[in-house]
Design a protein around this ligand. Structure first.
Ligand code: AHR
Length: 501
């Protein structure tokens, strides 16, 4: 079997916005308490932030982190999270049946983000709250001083404004599970009026309105149309969320699931453009894929925790332990984002630590990298620059859900340092794939790194006892000469191929 691929330096798809490689920290499970924050831990700094975790977040070069939710934000009072810690109330979080002690709040998160060398994407509560609370929060965060809320921030010991530019207008407001769930019209109206108020404060703010919480929602894509018709001119991005699963344990179908992400993006882009045309608008709404990942392993365990031990601080919720096949699917999801980087400007791997996350910790103990850490790491570090258009002629298989599925999934980035990076997945679990890739404009380029993830057992995982069971190794079998990359790609593998002059 042979796949023929053509890449041309001049056939540019889009500049990739660095924020495509963002992530997400929610007050959920052990993401905050026991994850990024654990005072008393031997590796905690004086603010209680775990330095071992910070190091791995820095390694991933995450450009932006969404916070504080998620479902959590929809009944959250941000004011409870600021000021003297001993005066902050402990609250019940209805979304995750947990107790929120508010020991770690807004200012702590901004401080953590600085140490993690990342920007903040802040979500506001449009579930139980509204315009007034949103504008107060923005004023608290971003105003220099001389007003009630900005002076309160100073009183709380934070002299300089946080200058947070990117804001989410609520979270998954289409979901009936959301506290304060709304119809598309109700939400479109409140989102528009909130957006108007925030832009009166600062027209430079970038605002993300909630799209559907998945493309399987019965209201998709009518939700997007109605919401955008209400708020089109006042918002900048619309959100998409997706979680893929392998509940039926069907490898062929699971490997094809990122194709659903491609469709989702296409439909949302078209819906935005429909509203644009209807409104005779000059403005284009781009997409913020601000929650995406594989999520299903922990569902049963979570039900048990809600039933038997609700209202704990930092319960072990959503602790999916990722397999080798999950890493292949995450690699496929990243390829989908890169392929649509002309339209998707922000992406958030949901989430970052402990909760459906690439980084896992043990309370009072160690930290380790899950299988999905690696495709995300390579994309974030080597996948910035210009995404190139690619012509792919790949052998394929037939799947009952996704139809014709190419075995080869590939993206190409001409990155900022002049390197050419290819991210290639071979979905064929039976045989290696012969490749013939023509790289026009890169004739002098040689392979400087070939990282490959392969494993005999698709269910293999990393754990604190065995941290390196599923890791990238040095690949072989491919060579580059005079504008051709040829050779064999291992069966069932994820690959990052870096080329330079
Ligand atoms: O990331 C976990 C949850 O998934 C988020 O809180 C919510 O927005 C989504 O349903």
């Amino acid at each position: 079997m042979k796949a023929k691929i053509m890449i041309n330096k001049n056939f540019k798809l889009s500049e990739i916005d660095d924020r495509l490689y963002g992530s997400f920290i929610e007050h959920l499970g052990r993401a905050v308490y026991g994850g990024i924050y654990e005072p008393g831990h031997s590796k905690a700094d004086k603010e209680g932030f775990r330095e071992d975790v910070l190091e791995l977040v820095q390694e991933l070069k995450v450009p932006v982190v969404r916070y504080p939710g998620g479902n959590f934000v929809s009944a959250y009072n941000w004011e409870d999270s600021v000021g003297p810690v001993e005066e902050r109330p402990a609250c019940l979080d209805l979304a995750w049946k947990s107790k929120e002690p508010n020991e770690f709040g807004l200012n702590e998160f901004v401080s953590w983000a600085k140490k993690a060398e990342t920007d903040v994407m802040m979500a506001i509560n449009l579930g139980t709250r509204g315009i007034s609370d949103a504008r107060n929060l923005v004023e608290y965060c971003n105003h220099e001083g001389g007003s009630y809320w900005s002076d309160l921030r100073k009183k709380h010991g934070v002299e300089k404004p946080h200058n947070i530019k990117l804001w989410c207008l609520g979270n998954e407001m289409d979901g009936p599970w959301q506290v304060g769930h709304k119809t598309s019209y109700e939400y479109g109206r409140i989102a528009n009026e909130t957006a108007k108020a925030l832009k009166l404060f600062d027209p430079e703010l970038e605002l993300v309105v909630c799209g559907s919480s998945s493309n399987q929602m019965p209201t998709f894509p009518e939700w997007e149309r109605t919401v955008l018709e209400e708020c089109y001119e006042n918002v900048d991005y619309i959100s998409l969320h997706i979680y893929l699963k392998n509940e039926e344990n069907d490898l062929q179908t699971f490997l094809a699931t990122p194709m659903g992400m491609d469709d989702f993006i296409d439909v949302v882009s078209k819906t935005c453009d429909y509203v644009k045309a209807k409104k005779r608008s000059k403005k284009t709404i781009n997409l913020s894929f601000d929650e995406w990942n594989v999520w299903f392993h922990s569902n049963e365990q979570d039900e048990d925790i809600y039933k038997r031990q609700p209202w704990q601080v930092g319960p072990p919720l959503l602790e999916d332990i990722y397999t080798f096949e999950d890493a292949l699917v995450v690699g496929g999801m990243i390829n989908s984002l890169i392929r649509h980087s002309d339209r998707v400007k922000i992406g958030c791997l949901a989430q970052l630590v402990n909760v459906i996350a690439p980084i896992m910790t043990e309370n009072d103990g160690t930290v380790w990298k899950q299988t999905i850490f690696y495709p995300f790491y390579y994309a974030s570090v080597y996948g910035r620059g210009t995404a190139l258009n690619i012509s792919v002629d790949s052998p394929s298989y037939e799947n009952k859900t996704f139809g014709t599925v190419p075995f080869i999934d590939i993206t190409a980035v001409h990155n900022k340092t002049g390197e050419l990076t290819l991210f290639i997945i071979n979905r064929n679990h039976e045989s290696d794939m012969e490749l013939d890739i023509v790289v026009s404009g890169f004739e002098e380029y040689k392979i400087i790194e070939h990282a490959v993830m392969v494993h005999d057992d698709v269910k293999a995982v990393n754990s604190k006892e065995n941290m390196n069971e599923v890791i990238p190794v040095k690949g072989s079998g491919l060579s580059a000469s005079q504008g051709h990359i040829t050779g064999k790609l291992k069966k069932l593998s994820w690959n990052c191929l870096r080329l330079s002059q």
